[in-house]
Design a protein around this ligand. Structure first.
Ligand SMILES: NC(=O)c1ccc[n+]([C@@H]2O[C@H](COP(=O)([O-])OP(=O)(O)OC[C@H]3O[C@@H](n4cnc5c(N)ncnc54)[C@H](OP(=O)(O)O)[C@@H]3O)[C@@H](O)[C@H]2O)c1
Length: 344
């Protein structure tokens, strides 16, 4: 019952954890947050913090944390935006193995592992929508490292640890600094530079997204839902807007129209974007969102395995809340504006 549940959340300084920790506390869980930094991030009142490095610290450090909790939400991970292949493997695979080893002797009720849909890969065509039990063919370094972590989870699940694997797609929402956030920044930059329309490549590319509130709600739901143990769950909003539609939603939030153009590199070139970005920072913008070298990088990524089944998740009784994508993206832009992460 909520209130008696005690959660260990790894990756406490990360983006998804910054939403999960307050949501757990709000729902009455006791929360022990852990991250590798000595100083805790801002945490709700009553949430404890323990500094621990998954790769470097002795196993007894993690064993000591397991003693205090009933559930684990393992969110710590390294991705290609900040880490090389070696670090991605160390943190995702070795770090996950060490955490699982620490959990094994304790009566942990559920070990929720935050994986990623990158484990499916893009080179081998999979059934559409992709079900969770398909053979995985990760194609890039990050996907391979996340797949390696899942293999560790599977090994310990076979040994009796009650695990659940959560596989979200690209997560967006308040506080996010990459992917859709970078596309939002690109539009803000062009508006600040005085452009009166947003150029988008005429060839549409199907997108997929999930709001951080839905990822957090799914993780909490799966930590207690009957029938979830030993399984993996895709977490993606079952709507697939085109790049034109997503760009239109973002441009609309800045009061600009979209213009479809033949040039895939339409809009401002990088140097002009970087120069405008500098002026925005001088004008008071917090430079938190990553400025991608490639304009609208996120919207350009086609994936032959784009559509994912959420039958497993819906079958546990889960319901998505952020289903009105234009409203949800507009609210996200409003959050960036009011926190001065974008101007205009
Ligand atoms: N965001 C997405 O769109 C998305 C989509 C699918 C799956 N996921 C998965 O969801 C999880 C959380 O994602 P996120 O976006 O919140 O990630 P994030 O913001 O990059 O945070 C990653 C966290 O892992 C911590 N970490 C890295 N190396 C560590 C180590 N050696 N020991 C302890 N902690 C370590 C980081 O600590 P520092 O703050 O010190 O670096 C940070 O707290 C990840 O496993 C990711 O693969 C994310």
């Amino acid at each position: 019952m909520a209130g008696t549940n005690r959660a260990l959340v790894t990756g406490a300084t990360g983006y998804i954890a910054s939403h999960l920790i307050p949501a757990l506390a709000e729902a009455g869980w006791d929360v022990l947050a852990t991250g590798r930094r000595r100083e805790p991030p801002p945490l709700p009142v009553g949430v404890d913090y323990a500094s621990a490095n998954l790769v470097k610290d002795d196993p007894w450090v993690f064993s000591g944390l397991m003693e205090r909790v009933t559930h684990v939400f393992h969110l710590a991970g390294a991705s290609s935006s900040l880490s090389d292949q070696r670090e991605m493997e160390q943190v995702n695979i070795d770090g996950t193995r060490r955490l699982l080893q620490a959990a094994q002797p304790w009566p942990i009720e559920r070990f929720v592992h935050m994986s990623s849909t990158s484990v499916y890969g893009e080179e081998v065509e999979l059934p559409s929508p992709v079900p969770e039990d398909v053979e995985r063919h990760p194609s890039r370094g990050y996907g391979k490292a996340k797949d390696g972590a899942e293999r560790m989870v599977e090994e310990f699940a076979a040994g009796g640890l009650p695990t659940v694997v959560v596989r979200p797609v690209t997560v967006y929402g308040p506080g996010n600094v990459k992917l859709l956030a970078s596309a939002i920044l690109d539009v803000a930059i062009e508006r600040f530079a005085g452009l009166d329309r947003i150029a988008v490549h005429a060839t549409p590319i199907e997108q997929r997204l999930c709001h951080v509130d839905d990822v957090v709600a799914a993780a909490i739901h799966l930590a207690t839902a009957d029938g979830a143990v030993g399984r993996a769950f895709n977490v993606v909003l079952p709507q697939y807007p085109s790049s034109h539609e997503v760009a239109g939603m973002v441009a609309d939030a800045f009061g600009l129209p979209v213009e479809l153009v033949d040039d895939p590199d339409g809009g401002l070139p990088y140097d002009a974007r970087a120069e405008t970005h500098g002026r925005m920072v001088e004008a008071g913008m917090e430079p938190r969102i990553l400025l991608s070298k490639e304009r609208f990088r996120f919207l350009r990524k086609a994936n032959r395995n784009n559509r994912l089944s959420v039958d497993a998740l819906l079958g546990t009784g889960f319901e998505f809340t952020q289903t009105d994508l234009p409203a949800s993206i507009a609210a996200t832009v409003d959050w960036y504006r009011s926190n001065h992460w974008v101007l205009g």
